[in-house]
Write a protein that binds this ligand. Structure first.
Ligand SMILES: Nc1ncnc2c1ncn2[C@@H]1O[C@H](COP(=O)(O)OP(=O)(O)O)[C@@H](O)[C@H]1O
Ligand SMILES: [Mg+2]
Length: 326
């Protein structure tokens, strides 16, 4: 869908994006941008091109952390390991300081193998083992508190900021949880889990949902009181039907400048920063704000189709970069 939004934005500006087909049948993620003066190959969306001054190595989370540290920008303390024992030792050391822990692959994994808010040595062991099954390098980090935000920068300026919340429903005093979920699933833009053509996904009725409801003594037949909000998942990824709120216009100018500084250091045409903070409406100088990750091919559909708030044209801003320099 990202590619489609970008291709449409390019078409509006007189440029053409075409996709390559394997054996002439299967669409690949390799595309070509053509304008009067250029032909450029890219994968999914342009993420490193002649516009980028340096190379982009920051999808390695540790390298990104180092960059933030070197420039005295807010990062999450942590370390990367290739062996089990030192990772365990470091994690236990953090636990000993009464810190909760996050264990995840050092490269991205769409949150599938990220273990957050770990509080016991037993959980630490199991999490490190699982991550080593799918990744050569494990990152052990402090768990930091706050809401999840995504800030997307194009051409080093901030285009959109979204707050990402776990999927939730609000009671009306009459409807059952099952009915409220059905209503939510009928919302505009929601499609089947794993659909690549929808910016938001539906809430699936599965064991983890039932378990989550049971934690607060509820089930699908429970009627929620008017105004009572219930989270349907602990996760904030798309597969868990996360809710997206646009907060671009209320993001504090200091935070905006901070994110733009990071984008400038990364020297890439587009980047999506994962941020954890209490409220992006407050300057980072006055609260604890952490930059967790930089995504070189950010999932910007969320800004185009937020659940609540204004639509932000990230694809248009990205296409504009290639018009200007054509
Ligand atoms: N150190 C941390 N403290 C608290 N939550 C975290 C931390 N690291 C990751 N998370 C949570 O896990 C999610 C996924 O982590 P992230 O590093 O962005 O990996 P991915 O590559 O899977 O997107 C984040 O959006 C955030 O909600
Ligand atoms: Mg992320």
């Amino acid at each position: 869908m990202r590619t489609k939004l970008f291709a449409l934005a390019c078409a509006k500006r007189g440029m053409m994006v075409s996709t390559f087909y394997l054996f002439g049948v299967f669409p690949m993620q390799i595309c070509e941008l053509q304008s009067d003066s250029r032909r450029m190959l890219f994968e999914t969306i342009p993420s490193n091109s002649a516009l980028a001054v340096g190379s982009f190595i920051y999808d390695d989370k540790m390298e990104f952390k180092k960059l933030l540290y070197e420039h005295q920008l807010p990062f999450v303390p942590g370390a990367k390991f290739i062996f089990f024992s030192p990772a365990l030792r470091y994690a236990n050391q953090l636990l000993g300081q009464n810190k909760s822990i996050v264990i995840k692959p050092a490269d991205g994994s769409l949150s599938r193998h990220t273990f957050v808010n770990i509080k016991s040595a037993k959980q630490v062991k199991a999490a490190i083992k699982s991550v080593f099954l799918i990744s050569l390098e494990v990152l052990v980090e402090e768990f930091v508190e706050g809401f999840d935000y995504r800030a997307t920068m194009v051409g080093f300026s901030q285009i959109a900021v979204a707050k990402r919340m776990p999927s939730s429903i609000e009671g009306d005093g009459r409807s059952t949880i099952a009915a409220l979920i059905e209503k939510k699933n009928n919302e505009k833009y929601r499609g089947p889990v794993n659909s690549r053509n929808h910016p938001m996904h539906i809430v699936e009725i599965n064991n983890s949902l039932l378990k989550k409801l049971a934690e607060s003594n509820c089930n699908l037949a429970t009627v929620l009181k008017k105004g009572e909000r219930k989270n349907l998942s602990n996760k904030i990824n798309l597969a868990s039907a996360a809710d997206i709120y646009d907060v671009t216009s209320t993001t504090h100018p200091h935070n905006r400048a901070l994110f733009e500084r990071v984008a400038t250091l990364l020297k890439v045409p587009i980047v999506g920063l994962d941020i954890i903070a209490q409220d992006l409406g407050v300057s980072y100088k006055k609260q604890k704000l952490y930059i967790v990750e930089a995504n070189p091919k950010p999932y910007f559909e969320m800004h185009h189709f937020p659940l609540i708030g204004e639509h932000r044209d990230v694809a248009g801003a990205l296409a504009e970069l290639y018009v200007d320099s054509a």
